[in-house]
Design a protein around this ligand. Sequence first.
Ligand SMILES: [Zn+2]
Length: 260
Amino acid sequence: MPELPEVEHAARVAHDAVHGRVLQRIDALHPAIARDGAVDRAAALVGRRVVAVRRVAKWQEFAFDDGAVLVVHFRMTGDWAVHDDAATPRHGRLALGFADGRTLWLVDPRVLARIAYHAPGAVRRDVAAPDAHDPALTPAALRARFARRRVPIKLALLDQRLLAGLGNIYAAEALWHARIHPATPASRLSLARVTRLLEGIRWALGEALADPGRQQYGESLDRLAVYDREGAPCPRCGAPIRRIVQGARSTYYCGRCQRA
Ligand SMILES: [Zn+2]
């Protein structure tokens, strides 16, 4: 699952490639992309202009000039390819063709990406939780969302119904920055600790957003403090990084400076 910074990067790529352009065709090139009819319904977008592409949580939203929205979620292996000729790239699953010859291809080897179409004025129910990177999110509002959750804070951070956009890597990094043990029940966090946690989330995502392409292709994880660094020294106190399993996924943390 791509993390929020990778989705932000992808949305910028799509925005730069197609904003201001008029859609000429939208074609599903694989039955799995076409399965729920969203691509068929999105044919209503032909002739409309893309105003902007923006990230909302882990979705990418194409806003059109009539108020309609095309939503793309990459899931596991999705990515964009931009071409100014008609050749279909390997694993091309969806084609967004524009009037000047440009095509934005959704490339997705495993074909797990999801497409949704919202007609102008449609009521949206798919994005309920606040975005982890929303500057308007306050510590008090975040604490209120955790108030009745006794699950470990690491799992609460991954629950997209509570907070949208954080994945396994940056949840661990944010908890390290905030010095919070990942097994601490979410409901037990004081306002002061949630304030530090929100700072940690912004620190982790800010570092990544400053260089959003860095993990896109499995490149260096060197700049991460704890993720995938079991046994390496904590950058803050030097104690060895530990690994535990929570919700069937690895969590990395410092046993000395992250406290319950
Ligand atoms: Zn430490």
